[in-house]
Design a protein around this ligand. Structure first.
Ligand code: ADP
Length: 643
């Protein structure tokens, strides 16, 4: 009974067993084998193992040599049906792991072959699935790495166990491992505690935190802090314990800057809009006020018969016209500034003279008896290369503001020179400017006091001029005490302080001299004019029309005429063809030491004057020559008995 049971064991085995005789013919196959190959025992009895097309020739050769073989086959049942077990019912693909062993008796003699075969088709399918899944994971990882790189993102994985971070890398690379402390050190000190608390809260599920956090973290490339946004998600184990946190890090530094710039731009646009409305309201008021006066007083002027009244109206119309003109000038200047085409024309300026002129004109206009206006001018002579119009504009604006905002007290205008620069200032003891309003002073349309006359354009135009000339503008002020506005121009400068002996002594007439009378006495002079330029000569000729003028076109001609004729005075242009004025003067001085020679030049610098004096000129006049100056000058020479 037991033997019978034992002999039936192969029928119960899941392994397929086939026994072949020494020739290789099938002698037995268990149930599992018949099922695997889809055959009945009678169909396969006598089939020869050496005819099975699914066993390689190599393995067959080994078997013939008495060597056991093992192999894995992707069993081809179509071929099997065609060439071997013709009745096989199996149509699907099957994978078998097969071993063929030589069966031997006790003496070692071969008695047949035992083939055992395992159907691994299901296992193989699972294996394939695993391989496919693995490939998919790798592909996803590659795509993720690409996406992270394209989005300038990085991913960090925090492992609660071990308290470490892994930085996700491309699939081929090893993920970087960072300790929690190292990560914390890289976070800006003011964000560190927030980050530690976040990790703690998430791990211990204390609170349900938002799923992102913004931190400043050091950037390796720039070695500076940048802003990052971290979006995170948690990983839990089967018991619901948090085992890890995945962070996706994004650099938002540029976003933040962009956001801030947008806010600034929005604020600026809103501010500009408000300013524009205020400007229109101010303009309409500022234009209407003088216009009303002009229209009103023009009517009154037409109706009035009183001469005093008429003069008063005329004066008022003139004043208001000036205000209107200034306003239009400011608006035009502003449009030039907007277009970036503010024109700057530098030329040598006699600052002592210009400041004196400005001072006198301001003084004349000052109609508040409670204010005194003073000029601080410590220079006997000062020449600087500046734009006359723009310089006057700045100074005028400073002084008229000072007059406007000083109910009573003193206004001082002046200038200080240093090598390469000159600083103009206007100080007043007026209402001053409150600290909180100071930053708005140079802004356009900015009026700090709505009741005072003005458009709020003056100082912003001054600032634009200062910028265009490469100069600096500024002020100091104390509310209730007064202000000082200044402008520094960087320029070639030539100055002599009053305490020093002036290099050139231009004579001043005695205080009592009446130049009108004296001018009459400088008629009929015999004058040599060395001047190559026709217009300049004609100008001199018309100014000195009551005198007798001889013209020389070159320095050489002047020397020639100086030698052969006698003159009361010689005007010598310094820049002439063939021979310049300095050489001509030097040559004239060789034979004539007494005739006054007056150098005429467009160069008003001290060094030019010094060169003219060294050559033998007695005096120096700067072009453009003005009629009254020339008459006055000749009168002075006459008083000094030099003519
Ligand atoms: P406005 O033509 O209206 O005077 P500005 O641009 O010249 O315009 O000046 C702007 C503002 O600066 C003025 O409205 C005034 O409030 C203030 N300000 C200018 N100069 C002085 C000063 N010397 N003292 C006090 N406030 C001044």
């Amino acid at each position: 009974m037991q033997n019978e049971l034992f002999s039936r064991i192969p029928e119960y085995l899941p392994l397929g067993l086939i026994i072949y005789n020494t020739q290789g013919r099938v002698r037995y196959a268990n149930n599992a084998a018949l099922k695997m190959f889809g055959v009945e025992i009678n169909d396969i009895l006598d089939l020869n193992i050496f005819d099975d097309p699914n066993i390689t020739d190599h393995d067959k050769a080994l078997l013939k040599q008495g060597i056991d073989v093992s192999f894995e086959t992707d069993y081809d049942f179509d071929r099997c049906r065609a060439e071997f077990a013709k009745t096989s019912t199996i149509v699907e693909r099957k994978y078998f792991v097969t071993k063929v062993t030589i069966m031997r008796d006790e003496t070692g003699e071969a008695k047949g072959y035992l083939l055992n075969c395992e159907d691994v088709t299901a296992k193989k399918a699972q294996q394939q699935e695993v391989i496919q899944s693995y490939k998919k994971i790798k592909a996803t990882q590659r795509e993720l790495a690409l996406a992270l790189e394209a989005g300038n993102l990085s991913s960090w994985d925090y492992h609660v166990k071990g308290n470490v971070f892994y930085k996700f890398s491309a699939p081929a690379e090893q993920d970087e491992k960072w300790s929690f402390d190292t990560i914390c050190e890289r976070i800006h000190p003011h964000d560190r505690a927030r980050f530690v608390k976040l990790v703690d809260d998430v791990v211990h599920k204390i609170a349900l935190p938002k799923n992102n956090i913004e931190l400043e973290v050091i950037n390796d490339q720039t070695n500076s802090y940048r802003h990052y946004n971290f979006v995170y998600s948690i990983r839990e184990d089967d018991q619901g314990e948090v085992v890890g946190i995945t962070f996706i890090q994004r650099d938002i530094t540029e976003d933040i800057k962009y956001r801030q710039n947008l806010i600034k731009a929005k604020n600026r646009a809103e501010e500009a809009d408000k300013l524009k409305s205020r400007f229109l309201a101010t303009m309409s008021h500022e234009i209407r006020t003088p216009l009303n006066a002009i229209v009103g007083f023009s009517q009154l002027l037409a109706e009035s018969a009183e001469i005093d009244e008429k003069n008063e109206y005329k004066q008022l119309i003139e004043t208001n016209s000036e205000i209107l003109l200034k306003l239009i000038g400011d608006i035009l200047d502003l449009s030039k500034i907007e277009a970036g085409s503010i024109d700057i024309n530098r030329q040598p300026l006699d600052l002592t003279q210009l400041c004196q002129e400005l001072f006198l004109s301001f003084k004349q206009r000052l109609n508040n008896p409670k204010i005194t206006l003073r000029l601080e001018d410590p220079y006997a002579q000062c020449t600087a290369t500046l734009d006359r119009h723009r310089f006057t504009q700045i100074f005028t604006n400073f002084v008229s503001n000072a007059i406007k905002y000083t109910p009573s007290g003193e206004i001082v205008m002046g200038y200080e020179c240093a090598p390469g620069r000159v600083r103009f200032y206007v100080k007043d003891t007026g209402i001053g400017i409150a600290d909180e309003k100071k930053y708005r002073i140079f802004s356009r349309f900015e009026k700090l006091d709505d009741f005072a006359q003005g458009t709020g354009l003056g100082l912003s135009i001054c600032k634009a001029i200062a910028d265009a000339t490469g100069g600096k503008i500024g002020f100091e002020s104390q509310a209730g005490k007064g202000s000082e506005f200044w402008y520094v121009g960087y320029t070639e400068i030539d100055y002599v302080e009053k305490t020093q002996t002036p290099a050139i002594d231009i004579p001043t007439p005695a205080a009592t001299t009446d130049t009108a009378i004296l001018a009459a006495d400088v008629r009929n002079l015999n004058i040599l004019v060395a001047e190559d330029n026709d217009s300049n000569f004609l100008l001199l000729k018309s100014i000195l029309k009551e005198n007798h003028l001889t013209r020389a076109l070159t320095g050489a001609e002047a020397v020639e005429k100086g030698k052969t004729q006698s003159f009361d005075v010689i005007f010598m242009d310094l820049k002439m063809p063939i021979m310049d004025g300095l050489t001509a003067t030097t040559l004239i001085r060789k034979f004539d030491l007494t005739t006054p020679i007056i150098a005429l030049t467009a160069n008003a610098f001290h060094k030019d004057k010094a060169a003219a004096l060294a050559a033998g000129c007695n005096y120096f006049m700067t072009k453009p020559i003005k009629k009254h100056e020339l008459h006055e000058f000749l009168s002075k020479l006459w008083i000094m008995d030099q003519l």
